[in-house]
Design a protein around this ligand. Structure first.
Ligand SMILES: *Cc1c(COP(=O)(O)O)cnc(C)c1O
Length: 361
């Protein structure tokens, strides 16, 4: 069975060389006589795996030394609560910017931990089709932080600029676009990302946090989710997701070998252009997102005749183009084209769409 082109939003396709290396090392990691899964997290072998993963991530993102990298569990949804638990205590309130379902969910969860204000929202008639422009962000200078989502995985809205918050710490959910292009980490207070979209496998959540923001956790914060406690323990206050950290480390090395994040950006721009250029000239398929804010990672699209959705998906599956069904909340289709999706996969999808349109359009 040849490998399919997997357009899943997450867990998502991984680079084949990473999977091959993991397979080669499955029973015996580099002469240790053990699988990485079987190693003590406090043994020298695993400690070296985690240290190397952190070093590669720091190099890829040029993370400044005054930032701590944490390897946690609980996913992006866990961070919706863990971020306010750790950060809101500094001033007692926080701002949220809404650009889609994920940022809305973040704000709703944060409201359990303190007063939340919506500083901007692009919601119109129940849909989010763009990023709120910088001029629309009405920020509270006394907020403990301002939170936004850098890439709305469901709606396909991505923020390609770094918001200027005038000194209020900026918190970004980068679950679905971390490592897709270079970013200036020094502009952020905190960045978080579940690993299973663009970084590796599920079970691992990355948190990159500026050190001066540690130490404000609400007293009820569970110790495993207290950034300061985990920072002091090198993310080993509890057993970290060891195998997921190992896989992320292999992905980091793979991305480095391809030329780092500038190379990823060029690759991702080219892939997204193939798909959006096709969508824009099609009279059968469409994407409604504001062109400047169209995600390079997740491309939702709709058939003009939605009664053909199932026919479209079946035909795609038969060609090895899988997991194209859109999120249940919005319907339609969605092609997730993370770093690990080769451009050949996007071309194969567009070839299929062109033929489908010729037959049914
Ligand atoms: C997938 C996703 C999440 C949720 O991640 P979990 O690991 O399922 O908790 C949160 N935010 C964004 C932007 C996502 O894409």
């Amino acid at each position: 069975m040849p490998r399919v082109f997997n357009f899943s939003p997450g867990p998502a396709t991984l680079p084949e060389p990473v999977l091959r290396q993991a397979a080669d090392e499955m029973l015996d990691w580099r002469g240790s006589g053990m699988s990485v899964m079987e190693m003590s997290h406090r043994g020298k072998e695993f400690m070296s795996i985690q240290a190397e993963a952190e070093a590669s991530l720091r190099e890829l993102l040029a993370i400044p030394p005054n930032y701590t990298v944490l390897f946690l569990q609980g996913g992006g949804i866990g961070q919706n609560a863990i971020v306010p638990m750790n950060l809101i205590g500094r001033t007692g309130r926080a701002d949220y910017v809404l650009s889609g379902d994920w940022s809305k969910r973040s704000a709703d969860e944060a409201a359990h931990f303190g007063p939340i204000r919506i500083a901007a929202s692009s919601e119109e008639g129940g849909r989010y089709l763009r990023m709120p422009a910088p001029s629309e962000w009405k920020l509270d200078p006394g907020a403990a932080y301002v939170h936004y989502c850098a890439n709305e995985t469901i709606g396909g809205v991505e923020c390609f600029w770094t918001p200027d918050t005038g000194g209020v710490p900026l918190v970004s959910d980068m679950s679905s676009n971390l490592l897709s292009r270079p970013i200036d980490v020094s502009r952020y207070g905190l960045i978080y990302a579940g690993a299973q979209k663009n970084v590796g496998m599920s079970g691992l959540t990355l948190v990159i946090v500026r050190e001066d923001l540690l130490g404000h956790a609400l007293p009820t914060t569970p110790s495993v989710f207290n950034y300061q406690i985990q920072a002091k323990a090198d993310s080993m206050y509890n057993t970290p997701p060891t195998y997921a950290i190992y896989i992320a480390g292999l992905v980091f090395k793979h991305v480095q070998s391809l030329g780092g994040l500038a190379a990823m950006e060029a690759h991702n721009r080219a892939k997204a252009a193939v798909l959006y250029d096709f969508l824009d000239q099609s009279r059968f398929f469409s994407n409604p997102v504001e062109p400047a804010d169209r995600s390079r990672m997740n491309v939702p699209f709709w058939l003009r005749d939605t009664s053909l959705d199932e026919v479209f998906l079946k035909g795609a599956q038969a060609r090895g183009l899988v997991q194209l069904k859109g999120h249940r909340s919005v319907g339609g289709m969605r092609a997730s084209i993370y770093n690990a999706m080769p451009i050949e996969g996007v071309r194969a999808l567009v070839d299929y769409m062109r033929e489908f349109e010729a037959r049914h359009g």
